[in-house]
Design a protein around this ligand. Structure first.
Ligand code: ZN
Length: 386
């Protein structure tokens, strides 16, 4: 049986990461500072080997199943997530108790307060800082408790979170970063905060959770010996952003080769190269020149190469047509996204009018690439071509 992309990528990730850890990380002391304290942790190679094997299993089937369960748990918790804005308000109260005024503001801003649920790992106090997923292979969430960490939340919702004071905890930070890199999708986890909020003898605390993604990990992965004890950099995100990353991760588990999943394009980049920005601009001409110089062909069926065409006879087509998007409102937002655009000759484009490309055409577009695909792989080249 054909293995899914998720399987293949997890297999590569665990193999590469295991050998990277064992070749790069040396025995020795690591120092972690938290809450003014300085903790010394001794890392030794034998222990490291055991821990690495347990976390990044070479049994890919089991690793994949654990990962899918982990995603499923995250998706379920998404229903309880608060908006980034309300989460910041809650974070900035810097108080152990929640007063009625703050509670009001938080709820008005899209915050959801969840009462203490005894026996739950997320909505209970006094648990450990890092909450783990299935078989302790993935980080499910982190708990933020007032005053414990260097924990300023910046304007974009970013903050750093210190690692647990043990080898496996530190290793897991780098492993989750490595997964971000190999899967080419953000690693999503939950951030949990809580307050005293006494309603009855049983309802004594209120919890808030929000999704976050791991950011700025490239440098940490350069040399694991240097980065082994470094904190995790995280950014609080919207529930919708988290869900779309989780959906893409699930889609990676399909074995249908006709469905090609794409990594999420940075929103700023997507806007910069949207249809209205490129269809009649210098920027769009850069794309056309690049397609000419790299021997791309019109996927429309004429089979002509762009290099034989005049720039003015090349245009940008929509995979899902504009007319359709206006007929089905929910499509409008994404209609001009680079992933919905491809380069075509004017005559093929107008003969298609507002119809969908048929299967043959979509296959040819997928093969030669959407504008989004080209940007992901060749943005620098496209920007700089003369
Ligand atoms: Zn054509």
């Amino acid at each position: 049986m054909e293995e899914s992309k998720l399987y293949q990528k997890l297999k590569i990730a665990s193999k590469e990461f295991r050998s990277k850890v064992l070749s790069e990380v040396h025995d020795g002391e690591r120092i972690i500072r938290r809450a003014g304290e300085r903790k010394v942790i001794r890392v030794n190679k034998r222990n490291l080997e055991t821990v690495t094997r347990a976390i990044c299993s070479s049994r890919t089937n089991s690793l994949r199943d654990n990962f899918l369960t982990h995603i499923d748990i995250l998706r379920k918790y998404a229903s309880y997530c608060s908006s980034p804005k309300s989460f910041r308000t809650a974070w900035d109260t810097r108080s152990k108790q929640l007063n009625p005024y703050d509670a009001d503001t938080i709820c008005n801003e899209g915050g959801q307060l969840v009462p203490l649920v005894s026996g739950s790992r997320l909505f209970e106090c006094g648990q450990q800082g890092v909450v783990l997923g299935p078989k302790k292979r993935f980080i499910l969430g982190i708990r933020h408790s007032e005053g414990n960490y260097k924990d300023k939340l910046d304007d974009l919702g970013r903050f750093t979170y210190q690692p647990p004071c043990d080898t496996s905890g530190m290793l897991r930070y780098r492993w989750c970063q490595y997964l971000s890199k190999t899967l080419d999708l953000p690693y999503i986890l939950l951030v949990i905060i809580w307050f005293e909020h006494k309603i009855s003898s049983k309802i004594t605390h209120a919890f808030m959770i929000a999704p976050a993604k791991i950011i700025d990990y490239k440098k940490d992965l350069e040399n694991l010996n240097k980065s082994f004890h470094r904190p995790l950099k995280l950014q609080i995100i919207m529930r919708s952003e988290a869900l779309s990353a989780l959906h893409l991760l699930t889609a990676l588990n399909t074995t249908d080769l006709a469905i090609e999943t794409r990594s999420i394009m940075d929103e700023r980049k997507a806007r910069e190269w949207a249809y209205d920005q490129i269809h009649a601009s210098a920027k769009g001409r850069q794309i056309k020149k690049w397609a000419k110089s790299t021997g791309k062909k019109c996927p429309g069926g004429c089979n002509r190469e762009f290099r034989d065409m005049d720039l003015s006879t090349i245009s940008f087509g929509h995979v899902i047509s504009q007319d359709w998007a206006y007929a089905f409102n929910y499509l409008i937002e994404k209609i001009h996204h680079p992933d919905n655009l491809y380069l075509t000759c004017k005559s093929c484009n107008s003969s298609l009018s507002s119809n969908f490309p048929d299967r043959q055409l979509t296959d040819r577009i997928a093969e030669s690439g959407t504008i989004g695909d080209w940007l992901r792989a060749n943005e620098h080249h496209i920007r700089n071509i003369r």
